[in-house]
Design a protein around this ligand. Structure first.
Ligand code: ZN
Length: 474
């Protein structure tokens, strides 16, 4: 897990150095303590010094590959513009941020796209020719990335004495943190693996709460690699639960009566790749013969109306459904665990970004779920609890009508397999920073989301009588 490099760190490979540096600092604190870092064996010390001195404040992150790239927001105002925009964006290989593909472009719904610097003039000309106006959300993506993840020196300072929950962490750091939680809190935190990823990494899950409760809640984060606020939330929730146990009556009741299964990084390979090579990678990292494009959308690969509307059958697309349902070892492993424990698991919660929404089934069709009344009232309390922290408003409702139609999603699968409450959160923001939510917003985002998750979990301890007629829908 720790990659020791030779002492002569290279300026051009700063991404690796920054990442190695952060995990080395983390390990050195664990193994040696910060004060004696300069007395450690020469190799380790020289790597640390080189890494931190030669790569100050995130210069050359990702080898500067995003320099001059932009994020544009385009809102087509009529059907003609929708058609033209689909044509333009489909033709130019843009990276869709919101929605996830050209087929999901609709009138009066904003489209956020990341455009490579060499395509900016071309796209400007095409949009202007069609008289479609647009807004520049981010004018230099490289700078924005460095703002989000580049301040390593302050990060190290803050992280010296204890784990810092207000910075983003690499996969190696998160896994070490999971071991540490399990080691230091054995009464409340268990640790196990549900399988291995495509690249052979363990798929770790924490079990939080007093052991073997009848009811359980599953929470997964980091299904989509570039949504870094997800793993930050899963860690925050565990920290909050442990530190408020015995002090906060609601949390104490939850941990005494429920088991929380928490998977901080679902798509471990993708998350690692997003830290080291491509910040905006979304999918898994699996490879199919004959195609040069890698990865499957882990939220389109579930065996429920698989590869229908809102999913792509093309391996190069970001919403690629995979060669068959559960083709991804990560999806297969989690599905197996959920299937095995479906009698106990009363709520499935998946954390995504960005849109500020709380979504429930169905994703794949416009229809009302049988226990709509209970789920709707749980969503409404969750959104109210979230709002109570900082006044941030979330939209909520069925995924199909609130966001867009997508097939093969995990919430639909969980619901169809008997888990009565299935939710997907789309955390902050609504597009100002998009996937590059600054570290200064981790605390408010996670604080408000913790309130929402607590509200959903507390609802499970009460009875709810599904009564469709009381809440007629559409
Ligand atoms: Zn997502």
């Amino acid at each position: 897990m720790i990659h020791l490099r030779s002492g002569s760190a290279r300026l051009t490979s700063c991404t690796m150095d920054v990442v190695s540096c952060s995990s080395l600092m983390f390990w050195s604190r664990r193994i040696l303590g910060y004060r004696c870092a300069f007395h450690v064996p020469a190799l380790l010390a020289s790597v640390m010094i080189c890494s931190s001195l030669l790569c100050p404040a995130g210069a050359f992150l990702y080898n500067n590959r995003y320099a001059g790239d932009r994020v544009l927001r385009i809102t087509p105002s009529n059907e003609q513009e929708v058609r033209a925009l689909k044509g333009i964006l489909g033709l130019m290989k843009v990276d869709f941020w919101q929605p996830n593909s050209a087929s999901l472009i609709h009138q009066n719904r904003s489209v956020d796209v990341h455009v490579k610097h060499h395509d900016i003039r071309g796209i400007h000309k095409r949009l202007t020719d069609q008289k479609i106006s647009y807004q520049v959300l981010i004018s230099n993506l490289q700078k924005e990335i460095e703002k989000q993840t580049g301040h390593r020196s302050s990060r190290k300072r803050r992280a010296e004495s204890q784990y810092d929950y207000e910075v983003y962490h690499s996969l190696e750091e998160i896994q070490s943190w999971m071991f540490e939680m399990n080691r230091t809190q054995p009464d409340l935190v268990g640790l196990f693996s549900v399988g291995k990823s495509y690249e052979g990494r363990p798929l770790y899950v924490l079990q939080l709460g007093k052991r073997n409760q009848k009811k359980a809640v599953w929470i997964d984060c980091g299904v989509h690699a570039r949504e870094w606020i997800g793993p930050a939330f899963c860690q925050w929730f565990v920290k909050e639960a442990i530190s408020s146990y015995q002090y906060d009556s609601a949390m104490t009741r939850l941990l005494n009566q429920l088991s929380f299964y928490i998977m901080p990084v679902f798509n471990v390979d993708g998350y690692h790749y997003s830290w080291n090579t491509d910040r905006f990678w979304r999918k898994t990292r699996s490879k199919i013969r004959k195609f040069h494009c890698r990865g499957v959308d882990a939220n389109r690969n579930w065996k429920v109306k698989w590869c229908d509307e809102g999913a792509s059958s093309h391996p190069c697309d970001d919403t690629y459904c995979g060669p068959f349902p559960e083709s991804e070892p990560e999806v297969k492993a989690v599905a197996k665990f959920l299937r095995k424990n479906k009698k106990r698991i009363k709520a499935y919660i998946s954390i995504h970004a960005y849109a500020q929404m709380l979504l429930y089934p169905y994703s794949y069709k416009y229809a009302m779920i049988p226990n709509f009344n209970c789920v709707e009232s749980a969503a409404s309390s969750a959104v109210k609890a979230l709002y109570s922290a900082y006044g941030v408003r979330y939209r909520y409702g069925p995924a199909s009508t609130t966001l867009y139609v997508s097939s093969g999603s995990s919430i639909d699968w969980a619901y169809k397999n008997g888990i009565p409450y299935a939710f997907a959160f789309e955390l902050r923001d609504t597009g100002y920073f998009g996937f590059l939510l600054p570290e200064s917003l981790i605390k408010p985002t996670c604080t408000e989301t913790t309130r929402a998750v607590k509200a959903i979990a507390s609802g499970l301890l009460k009875k709810c009588n599904p009564d469709k007629d009381r809440f007629p829908y559409i």
